[in-house]
Design a protein around this ligand. Sequence first.
Ligand SMILES: Nc1ncnc2c1ncn2[C@@H]1O[C@H](COP(=O)(O)OP(=O)(O)OP(=O)(O)O)[C@@H](O)[C@H]1O
Ligand SMILES: [Mg+2]
Length: 412
Amino acid sequence: MIVGLDIGTTKVCAVIGERNEETGKLEITGVGVAPSTGLKKGVVVNIEATLKSISSAVEAAEMMSGREVKSCWAGIGGSHIDGVNSRGVVAVTGRNRETREIGKEDVDRVLEAARAVVIPMDRQILEVIPQNYIVDDQKGIKDPLDMIGVRLEAEVHIITCSVTGGQNLIKCVNRAGFKVNGLLLQSLAAGHAVLSEEEKDLGVALIDLGGGTTDVLVYLDGAPYSSITIPAGGAQVSSDISILKKIPFDYAEKIKTEVGCCWAPFLEENGDILIPGVGGRPPQPIPRMDILEVIQPRMEEIFKMVKEKLGKLPLNRPLGAGIVITGGGAELLGAAELASHIFRLPVRVGKPRLSGGLVEECRSPAFSTVVGLVLEGFDREGVTVSGPESHPREKSEPVVGKLIDWLKREFF
Ligand SMILES: Nc1ncnc2c1ncn2[C@@H]1O[C@H](COP(=O)(O)OP(=O)(O)OP(=O)(O)O)[C@@H](O)[C@H]1O
Ligand SMILES: [Mg+2]
């Protein structure tokens, strides 16, 4: 049994996944969701509120599956996440000194060399993900094990988080009564759940439109290349509706999710919608187009901020697979069309792509991260879940466990 726990800005979500011994497929047996009030832009600002949300989400998932949760794989994301590319080089000592066959120790040493970058005291390495290996002059090698060479070089993507950010998250989960097996980057998990290997190879930007932040993970040649966070998300869209239409935030959120749209051609049958009256005033009808005129500029702004940041990346070729949008915001009617118009690239909505025993609720893009956490959890615990739609991924260095150990040693 693997439990994924996605602690987001608007919702906390727990999913229990089990491997069906007969089919070998992953089955989601429990899902629990609770509103989240203790985070700002993906960062814990209120421990008590966050732990309550965690408890209710896990309890609901336990109730559905009839299993008791003891530990989980928790997602981490938000404005304190940063990513850099680095490289390391070592001389091959090899299993067999004469043939210079690359062994696991050589791979471990080169990854250790690549992670030796200077990072500020208040930041901690969360993941070191190998992108490519170079053996002597041979570039673009995905798995150098058993190859023969003298010099081994690794190109890696290093993801860092603020030490306190990670520490507070672990504290919330522990205080809610659960052990953290590992902290995993939310967008990496979402990528695992929604992207195909072909998309990662061709180059793709995964945009997770969350409530508090918009997190982008760019893949090139099958591996993460860059991570970007924009400190704006769906909450800003609802807040704009609330301010401009003078209605409470909750009404604005409801209007956005139920009848909102950000692509004008979809509103050919432009009817009126009822805006609830506040303070005893009667409800007022307003054209749906009026709401679009509030939503679209903010969504455009978010996509343009992403485009600007993507434009600054030193990519050596275009993103062949375009853009995949996911997260709750990707459910907004017209979001993919607007994004395609802005990026001038093909855009699709990414939903968790699992076949076996998936609870209907989990098919929404808002569940990409949490389903991905379960998949990553299976991978990292060495359990293979098969099925046509699961995406095996190259294992990254088990630095997560090291981070947890370090945090525990230092702070608990
Ligand atoms: N049908 C819908 N139409 C439009 N927006 C939606 C819809 N469903 C959810 N959203 C929006 O998606 C956002 C929440 O997305 P999600 O659940 O992915 O966020 P989160 O993981 O809690 O936040 P974050 O990732 O920023 O920490 C909210 O702003 C919500 O209004
Ligand atoms: Mg999220």
